[in-house]
Design a protein around this ligand. Sequence first.
Ligand SMILES: [Zn+2]
Ligand SMILES: [Zn+2]
Length: 428
Amino acid sequence: MTSLLIQNGTILDPSQKIERKADLLLRDGKVAQIGTNLGGADRVIDASGRLVTPGLIDVHVHFREPGDEEEETIASGAGTAVAGGFATVCCMPNTKPPLDNEAAIEFVLREGGRVGLANVFPIGAITKGRSGQELAEIGSMHARGAVAFSDDGVGVGDPAVMRKALQYSKMFDTVLMQHCEEPALSGGSMHAGLVSTVLGLSGVPAEAEQLMIARDLLLNRTIGCRYHVQHISTAWSVELVRRARKDGQKWVSCEVAPHHLLLTDEMCRSFDTNYKMNPPLRTHGDVRACIEGVIDGTIDCLATDHAPHLAEEKELEFPSAPFGIIGLECALALYVKALVEPGHIRWMRLIKMMTSNGAQIVKLGNKGTLKEGSDGDVTIIDPNMKWTIDAEEFVSKSRNCPFHGWEVTGRAVATIVGGEVKWELKRS
Ligand SMILES: [Zn+2]
Ligand SMILES: [Zn+2]
């Protein structure tokens, strides 16, 4: 029997609509009780002035193992996750080789377990080799523990393959996550618009994303498979999801990344490749529409798309550099800056979008909640802590972060996974 008592904090649990000062007792890796005067425990943490929330969940990260271990491993990735307050992450299958079979799924689960920091759940590829041609073994990967399916990095271009994937996934009630980018319109290195024209860089039009979302929503209209739009980035994409919901397609969900809430294509004028991501940074109007989508609930959850790359790769010229930035260690504060500080949403909604909503999408019923008997995953947050993002201090193996040097507010101070403290902020 091991027990941990978190005292004097404000419990914030959207799954039970709890927001009040109380103590939280964890016992044997599970949530035992919320209350007052809960008695002794093996360890007591004082959480005065802090928020005590379900362990944060990120349904979209890239850990690069197997294949690019110099950029990130499951071990370093799980380390960077807990250092950002994340107790649970779902990693994308675009590794080398890709996670497109049972053995690969088992490898990630086993390695995540061996490391023993954050919970690491694998997402399987939709198609073999992520080539978009032949369906991967979705059934057996699902049985082995893949929590979702995606060919992330590319969208499934062939409508016949996508239709089959939707029909097949529906049988297992699993969720298909789409990197929405019509291949025929892809290939550019930034958003196609005024700035790309001025800079002479090739662009990816907003329609590349919108076309695939529209197509998938149509294909799925009568199938009704659980379908998730990854890293939504354009105004019309948000509108398409909103209309699908109004049309009764309750199985549709979507996520947005911090950079699409805070940055625009104007940043690319610096030619800093830390502003190169896929989907690309869009316009002010798109950012505003994504925020509106959060406010009215069209966007369900927040996800980092944590994408580590080597410095020497990111130092290439803009058209040649790889897409993506890292995000796990600064995401919480960035969401606060984009959404809570301007008054768009309250902390309760923020935590809902970072816990129970994600848990629901990937069906992790015992996570994202502080209900009695659920997994003892907890994040303790100082909502008022002011700090400066310093990529050099990140636990991640990579440093590609455009938010380096930003002054932010709000930070996780402890991450507890399965009843054990896996990370605590060191006091300087
Ligand atoms: Zn993607
Ligand atoms: Zn991604």
